[in-house]
Ligand binder design. Structure first.
Ligand code: F0G
Length: 430
C-alpha cells in the first residue's frame, strides 16, 4: 500500500478518515476532525532553508503565502489549486500603536492585506481547493461577513456555486457588498450568527453542500500559515506573544496547531504564548478560561465588533488545546477599548476593522496587568481591513452622540479660501 500523505483524525475519539472524506464531523462520535500529514521531507534547518528558498518566487503556487508552506498545509495538492495568490501580508512596526499598548516591541501582522481584505482567504484557498478535489457541486458557509466574502470570491474563481448565510442587519456593509458582488447566493437570516451556523451545519449534512466554515479542517490548515509566515518574517526567531482576536475560535485553534507542528518539525525551538482576545459582550471562551475550562459557556452575543459577535464558538475544544499547549491566556476587552485601539491603529496609517483592534486592546490590557512584560516581543494580528466596516468609522468620527475620545471631525465650509485658512489656524492653536 502507498504511504499515506494526509488523513483526518477525530480530535475526540481518534477515529481516522481518508483526507478525501467530505463529512464535516466524526461519523462515530460527531467530534471535530483534524488533518494530519506525513512528516515533511526534511526538518529543522533543512526545512527552514527550503521555505526560505521560496521567498523570491513570483509566479505559480509557491508565490502564495499559503502554498509556500504546502508540505505543512496540504502536501498532496497538485497544481490545480484555487489561489489568487494570497498571504504575503506585511509585519508592520507602528511606534504610535506600540506606545499606546505600552510595549515597544509590538508588531502588527496585517491580514487585511489579503485579496478580499481578511485572513479568511488563507483558509479559503485550501478549503475551496479541497472542495474541488471532492467534486463538490456547491459550497456554503454561515458568516459574520468575512468568511462569506472570501468564500464567494474563491467559489467564483473555482466556478462552484456558493451559498452564504448571514445574520440580517449584523453584517458590516463592506462584507455584505463583497458577498453580493462576487455572486454568492445570499441568505439573510432573521437571527444571530449562532443560528446561521446551525442552519449551515444542517444544510451541509442534509442538502449535500460542502460546508466551508472553520470547523472544516482544511480551512484551518490554511490559517496556520499566518503563524508560519510571521515566524519566517522574524527569521524563525519566535516572539514571546502572539495576540489574536477570537470569535468562532478557528484561528486560535489553527495557531495552536501551527505552533505545535513548527516545534515538532524544528522550525522553532521555543513556543510563543498565545493570547486570545474576545469582546466583552461575546466572551464565552474567556468565561471558560476563568474557570479553568471546567465549563463550556454559551452567551447571547452583542458587540460593536460584529465579526466576533459569536456566543457559541464552534472550535471550542481545539482552542482549549491551543491555549493549554502554549501556556496561553484568554481575555475580554470592552467595546470602548476596541474602538480606541482601532482609532490608534487607524491613525497610524495601518487601519483595521473593529474586531481586529481587539488584539491591540488585548495586548494593552495584558501589559497593564503585568502578564506581558514591557520588554517582551509581541505580534498582534490584525484580521481585517479598515474598509470592511465604514459605518463604525463614520459613527466614531462624526457621530452626533457624546464625542469619541479620538474623533477626527470633518469641518463643513463655504467654498472660500478664507474658510480653509480659518480651519488651518484653528488646528494650529491647541
Ligand atoms: N477577526 C475578523 C475580522 C473575523 O472576521 C473573525 C471571524 C475573527 C476575527 C475571529 O476569528 O472565528 O477564527 O475566532 N469571522 C468569521 C466570519 C466568524 O464569519 O467571517 P475566529
Amino acid at each position: 500500500m502507498n504511504e499515506r500523505v494526509s488523513w483526518q483524525v477525530c480530535a475526540s475519539c481518534g477515529q481516522e478518515l481518508a483526507a478525501s472524506d467530505p463529512r464535516q464531523r466524526c461519523p462515530a462520535c460527531r467530534g471535530l476532525l483534524e488533518l494530519r500529514h506525513r512528516a515533511p521531507p526534511m526538518t529543522h534547518g533543512g526545512l527552514r532553508a527550503l521555505l526560505d528558498s521560496r521567498l523570491g518566487v513570483r509566479r505559480g503556487p509557491l508565490a502564495s503565502g499559503v502554498w509556500r508552506y504546502r508540505e505543512l498545509v496540504l502536501p498532496e495538492a497538485d497544481d490545480s489549486l484555487v489561489s489568487y495568490p494570497e498571504g504575503n501580508t506585511p509585519l508592520l512596526a507602528r511606534p504610535a500603536v506600540a506606545a499606546w499598548a505600552g510595549v515597544p516591541e509590538l508588531l502588527l501582522k496585517h491580514e487585511g492585506h489579503n485579496p478580499t481584505g481578511s485572513f479568511k482567504d488563507r483558509g479559503m484557498t485550501v478549503g475551496v481547493t479541497q472542495a474541488r478535489r471532492v467534486r463538490a457541486t456547491a459550497v456554503a458557509c454561515a458568516s459574520t461577513g468575512n468568511t462569506g466574502a472570501s468564500l464567494a470570491a474563491y467559489a467564483a474563481l473555482a466556478g462552484i456555486p456558493a451559498l452564504v448565510i448571514v445574520p440580517k442587519g449584523q453584517v458590516a456593509v463592506g462584507k455584505l457588498t463583497q458577498v453580493l458582488a462576487y455572486g454568492a447566493r445570499t441568505i439573510l437570516v432573521r437571527g444571530d450568527f449562532d443560528a446561521c451556523l446551525s442552519l449551515a451545519l444542517a444544510a451541509g449534512e442534509r442538502l449535500g453542500v460542502y460546508l466551508l466554515n472553520s470547523i472544516n479542517p482544511f480551512r484551518l490548515e490554511g490559517q496556520k500559515t499566518i503563524v508560519l509566515e510571521l515566524l519566517q518574517q522574524l527569521g524563525w526567531e519566535p516572539p514571546d506573544w502572539i495576540v489574536v482576536p477570537a470569535g468562532n475560535l478557528g484561528n486560535t485553534a489553527a495557531f495552536g496547531k501551527a505552533l505545535r507542528e513548527a516545534c515538532e518539525w524544528g522550525l522553532i525551538s521555543r513556543v510563543p504564548r498565545l493570547a486570545a482576545v474576545q469582546a466583552e459582550g461575546a466572551a464565552p471562551f474567556a468565561l471558560s478560561y476563568r474557570d479553568g475550562f471546567a465549563t463550556r459557556h454559551r452567551v447571547q452575543a452583542h458587540t460593536v465588533a460584529t465579526a466576533i459577535s459569536i456566543g457559541n464558538p464552534a472550535s471550542y475544544e481545539r482552542a482549549v488545546q491551543a491555549i493549554r499547549e502554549t501556556d496561553g491566556v484568554v481575555l475580554a476587552v470592552s467595546d470602548a477599548e476596541i474602538l480606541e485601539a482601532k482609532a490608534v491603529v487607524d491613525a497610524s496609517g495601518a487601519g483595521c476593522e473593529p474586531a481586529s483592534a481587539a488584539s491591540v486592546a488585548g495586548a494593552r490590557q495584558l501589559v497593564r496587568s503585568g502578564v506581558i512584560r514591557k520588554t517582551d516581543r509581541v505580534v498582534a494580528v490584525l484580521t481585517g481591513h479598515l474598509l470592511k466596516d465604514p459605518d463604525v468609522v463614520l459613527a466614531y468620527h462624526q457621530g452626533t452622540d457624546a464625542p469619541s475620545p479620538r474623533a477626527n471631525r470633518p469641518v463643513e465650509i463655504e467654498p472660500k479660501l478664507e474658510e480653509i485658512e480659518r480651519v488651518l489656524s484653528a488646528r494650529a492653536t491647541p
